[in-house]
Design a protein around this ligand. Structure first.
Ligand code: GLU
Ligand code: ZN
Length: 295
């Protein structure tokens, strides 16, 4: 198996130290294993993606000494590919249209469904099920959601889902590592009917990431531990779409002095600012506890 790593930023802000850690971890792993490192621009969200951020991302990565082949995959150009994946799921009866607004969902969640309040899955709080039985008017703008119960049934039921495994070579937020099984109860009750295509975009992150990692033959998914739980959903989507299954390398998040995870608004951790303040690629690696560049 060829080792293929990737870094997949969303161009809705400038890169900071956390992105540098993720990208350099993937890049170094590809180098160490004589593999390939790919950049993918996750500009799915037309409202938030900016061309200036794409340019800034490429400039920051080049400065860090990262190299990647061109052309770079751009999610904004892959609508037809996402639509064909959605069609595959729709033909199996696994999708339903949903016209709910955020507010509709919040109100339904506030209603008496006991035990549900406070549960947060990879797509936020689980969907309350309002449109699941085909109630949505498809002539209105709508999202497409995965019917999680049907998805589990389509794969052969809970026991068949439990037989699906994921390989973690990094660490989850609680230090979890190694092989783990999918949990059908978690999928139905915590994950719920996740959005796979949005009202305002050709696909949602969870669908696009799985389709694109497969299209780019990514063998190792290196990214922050905040997406550790989401990997189980991604493994399920790979099974439903009959896609190859990578291994995952989740890593710790880089935090500020107060222990908060970095956000795009933390200017003092921005790579462009650090560079302007006289930091070098070597000093960035040192700050992040990464070994000096082999190049
Ligand atoms: N675009 C996503 C992000 O920036 C990528 C997540 C992933 O690597 O799967 O968070
Ligand atoms: Zn709905």
């Amino acid at each position: 198996m060829t080792l293929i790593e990737r870094f997949a930023p969303s161009p809705n802000g400038a890169l900071h130290l956390g992105h540098a850690f993720s990208c350099l971890t993937a890049f170094d792993a590809a180098r160490a294993g004589a593999g390939l490192f790919l950049l993918r621009i996750e500009d799915l969200d037309p409202g938030r993606s900016r061309e200036a951020f794409v340019e800034g991302i490429e400039a920051d990565l080049a400065w860090l000494g990262v190299t990647w082949p061109r052309p770079v995959m751009r999610q904004s150009r892959r609508g037809p590919v996402y639509r064909s994946a959605l069609t595959k799921l729709a033909l199996r009866g696994l999708l339903f249209a949903c016209t709910c607004t955020r507010r509709d969902i919040a109100e339904a969640q506030a209603a008496p469904q006991e035990g549900v309040a406070g549960i947060v899955g990879p797509d936020g709080a689980p969907y309350p099920g309002t449109c699941r039985d085909g109630g949505a008017d498809r002539s209105l703008p709508h999202a497409l959601r995965l019917d999680m119960r049907r998805a589990v049934a389509w794969l052969g039921g809970p026991a068949a889902v439990r037989a699906l495994t994921l390989e973690e070579i990094g660490e989850g937020p609680k230090g979890q590592t190694g092989s783990r099984r999918l949990d059908p109860d978690w999928l139905v009750e915590v994950c719920g009917d996740v959005v796979l295509s949005r009202k305002d975009a050709a696909a949602a992150y969870h669908l696009a990431v799985v389709v694109d990692d497969a299209a780019q033959l990514v063998s190792h998914v290196t990214r922050g531990e905040d997406l550790y739980e989401a990997a189980a959903l991604h493994r399920l989507l790979q099974a439903l779409l009959e896609l190859p299954v990578p291994v995952w390398r989740h890593h710790r998040l880089i935090r500020d002095e107060d222990g908060r995870r970095l956000a795009k608004r933390d200017r003092d951790a921005g790579l462009a600012e650090l560079r302007a303040a006289g930091e070098t690629p070597a000093s960035i690696r040192d700050r992040l506890g990464l070994p000096p560049s082999a190049a």
